[in-house]
Each structure stands twice: as C-alpha cells, then as structure tokens.
Design a protein. Structure first.
Length: 297
C-alpha cells in the first residue's frame, strides 16, 4: 500500500537515519509544493537536507497529495513546527536566548529561520543521525551557522544533562526546549528519564512536546491514520509505544517540576484563518501539543 511504500523507501535509503526523520522532512517540504496558500509553515530547506532522496520521498506527496494519510502527515508535522517556532519567537521577545531541539532529526530551523541568529541552537540527537545530517547539509551547500551546536547523545545510554553541559548549554539561564515527534516511540520510563535530565533547567524554561492520543480521544480520521501507519512504522523498527491523555501528560510533567500544562489541539496550534482552505489539509484529533514551564504557570 501507499504509506508502506513510503516507509520502505525511507528505510532503505539510510541505515543511519530514522525513517521518521526522513518522512517528516519530506512532509514539511511537500507542504509548499502540494498544498495551496495560505501556507501554515515554510520549511524552505527541507528539500535540500533530503538530498538525493528528496525527489522520491516528496514524489509520493506530489502524486497522491489528497490521500488522507499523506495530508494528515503533512498537517501533523507543519502544525507542531509552526507552534514551536511561534512560541520561540514569543520567548525571544522576553529575552530567552537558548533553544534546544531534542531528537532534532532533519529539522532545519538553524539554517533557514531569522530567529536562529538571535539564539544559541542546541541540536540533540544520536551521533550517527547528526553525521548523516551534516553530510547532507554540506552536499547541499548549506552552511552551519556559528549559533548552531550539535550535541551528540544516545539518550538510551547517555545523560542528557551531561550532554547539554558538554555542548555549552547554560542551565542557569532560561530556554525553549522542543521535543517533537518523539514521545510516541518511547516508553514511560524513557520519557521520565529525559524529563529528569531537564529538571535542573532555569525557572521559566519552556518545554514544547507532542503526544499521541489514545483511541477514545481520537476522531475517525486519526483512528484511520493509526490503524494504517502504525503497523508500517513498527515493521520498519519504529513502533509506537505510548499514547497519553492530557491528564496523564500534565501529571507526568508536574512530577518533573513543570507548572500547569497547556494542551493544544492541531486545530488550535495555528491561527484560525489558516484552516480556511481549498486543499486537502484538515485538522484531526491524532496528537496534542503540550506546553509547560519549569517552576511556573
């Protein structure tokens, strides 16, 4: 089937990079190609970072742009990216100068956003993933700015706090931390371990993450997505392990020192006018973005 083919191609293109990272980058790139204005999010560098695999991966969206699975994939990644960067913009206006991306994958913020010049960007990911990304950037002629710091860490075995300190992250100063498209692949112990690694962050540090909803809170379109994509993801080594209710996520964050958590649906993650559309993009109840601050409301 279509989505299984997408996963299969991404899986064989690189043994050093996750399928999810590649398909997410392809979805971000395809939004500007397949969908119509108004655009929700403009990742002008995603095609370049996909390198020789761009045509094939983006091609599925070109040929089947109205397919509900592919349009849902685009909607999910562009909404969470837009929300995170909007929150960062607001934080910069308050004086925040550190931005951490946990599981950065092929995120291109540091290479395309004007905001990147105003913050120190810490990309945290597996060393092999970072090596692949740096090679792809070089091949595309995309320079790594001095504000970007690669923080190599295998969070299954490495200490997050130690890795961040080694990368020059200042725990005494507030930051924005994005942790997007990751929680569903981790069990609750692994999620707790990562949150514990952030427990020393300064008051006012803001965490933005997203989580998949359980069946009883999903709508029909989201259930279809889970039923079709979940098995394909598992077959290619990226099984979904965790589904949460908002109450569960709020409690988990509170136990690790975060204040009241805002839970933002896909519909509410971006300005309402962006959902006045003539293309296939529609908000679905598949995942929710959580936003909470260390030591505050």
């Amino acid at each position: 089937m279509l989505f299984e083919s997408v996963y299969s191609i991404a899986d064989v293109t690189s043994q050093e990079l996750s399928t999810t990272a590649m398909t997410a980058a392809a979805a971000r790139a395809a939004h500007l190609i397949v969908d119509q204005a108004p655009f929700i999010f403009a990742d002008t560098c995603a095609t370049a970072v996909l390198g020789e695999h761009a045509d094939e991966l983006i091609g599925y969206h070109r040929e089947h742009g109205n397919h509900p699975i592919l349009s849902a994939a685009r909607g999910q990644v562009i909404c969470r990216s837009r929300y995170a960067e909007d929150r960062l913009d607001a934080a910069v206006s308050r004086g925040v100068r550190q931005y951490v991306m946990l599981g950065a994958g092929l995120d291109t913020f540091a290479y395309r956003s004007p905001l990147a010049a105003t913050v120190r960007v810490f990309e945290v990911d597996h060393p092999a993933t970072q090596a692949w990304k740096r090679s792809a950037l070089a091949a595309a002629g995309v320079s790594v700015p001095g504000s970007a710091v690669f923080v190599p860490a295998d969070l299954a075995v490495d200490s997050l706090s130690d890795a961040l300190r080694a990368g020059g992250f200042a725990f005494g100063e507030p930051a924005v931390i994005s942790w997007l498209g990751v929680l569903m692949y981790l069990d609750r112990d692994a999620i707790g371990k990562t949150l514990a690694g952030l427990s020393d962050c300064a008051s006012g540090t803001e965490l933005i993450t997203d989580y998949m909803l359980p069946h009883e809170l999903r709508d029909e379109a989201a259930d279809q997505y889970v039923e079709l994509v979940g098995p394909a993801a598992a077959e290619h080594g990226e099984r979904w392990l965790s589904f949460f209710t908002p109450t569960e996520v709020g409690g988990l964050l509170a136990r690790h020192g975060f204040g009241a958590t805002a839970h933002v649906s896909q519909r509410d993650a971006v300005p309402a006018a962006l959902w006045q559309r003539t293309d296939a993009l529609r908000p679905i109840d598949l995942s929710v973005i959580a936003c909470a601050r260390v030591g505050g409301p």
